[in-house]
Design a protein around this ligand. Sequence first.
Ligand code: GLU
Length: 419
Amino acid sequence: MASTEKRRSAWEVAVAQFNEAARHLNLPEDVQEFLRTPKRELIVHFPVIMDDGRIRMFTGYRVHHSTIKGPTKGGIRYHPDVTLEEVRALAMWMTWKCALMNLPFGGAKGGVAVDPHALSEGELRRLTRRYTAEISILLGPEKDIPAPDVGTNPTIMGWIMDTYSIHQGYAVPAVVTGKPISIGGSQGRIEATGLGVMYTTRETLHRKGVRMHEVTVAIQGFGNVGSVTAMAMHREGAKIVAVSDVHGGVYNPHGLDPFNLMRHVQDSGTVADYPLGDPITNRDLLTLDVDVLVPAALEGVIDEELAPHVKARFIAEGANGPLTIEADRILQSQGVVIIPDILCNAGGVIVSYFEWVQDLQSFFWSEDEIRRQLKRIMLTNFDVVWDIALSKGVDLRTAAYTLAISRVVEALEARGVYP
Ligand code: GLU
């Protein structure tokens, strides 16, 4: 499938998932229409002076899907295929993810259509500063708080904090999360998403009578989410048999040591040429005969063509929206247990919330405290989702969506519609 089609279909997937949950909740059509529609969408075209002295134009987006439950929260993506439709889908998913975890936020997402690896550090910094300035009419600690996503990292969050602060005339750490610790970042933010993927997977396995040390795992993506998930699951005794990144993957049926792999990636920039295993394509990785499959890269990677070939019994959605609607249906009918993205990868935004709270109070917590609270929030809401799935006889995605959406509806009823 062409990548632009994939990006368009991310929005179609998000809407179809919403519609399905809305049907279960018997939501009136007008309320559905309100909740489906993004509140505001900003498109910016902006210049960056490249290292050769020439101006190059870039296009960026920031979408606020909902402000019903609070200021908007969500990452910023740097990827060549970023489109408005993709960012819109990702923003809607953030609304449900925050509501599912009971965080006082609405959903947002931003992105720039750029390959960050093709830029020098200076170009990346100038691009980030100009993009931040262009979307700054939407930003603010009480308005909209960005964070890292695919292609962005703590260094970039630091530049965003600095740019916004310089325009205000004073330091505003709470305007962005996922920053370096020295400027108000939180302990445990980098590990948060991967740890959360491990917690929800371990809990799901446990409820099915399976232990972490009994399973084999394949992970697509070895960025912030995939690498930490691999290390966290490895520590729990799981056998990580395959990992991949954009350049390709590596497979070893006897197990890979993700800590070793991490050191390899720091030197060579990819897992693809790791010597202690055989090369494997991203596509083959997704259909490996493993117990747990963790898609932790981009959306739409498992479609209707691939789904019938997936052999994993459990899918932990480290990425946002990795399955198309048809793939989801096929996998459900094959009896695969799918831990949905808004539940599985919510650890990142939970610790982002802690970072924001700490910045607002200028009082910082220990890493132990962060981990304890992260686990508490994830597992409390996991329990509620699991109980809904059992009592209503629905899959985990429908259970998570109905819970999240009903919380937003409750807030909407409490606020009413202005005027
Ligand atoms: N980009 C992450 C996500 O998709 C984190 C968002 C945040 O921390 O605000 O959940």
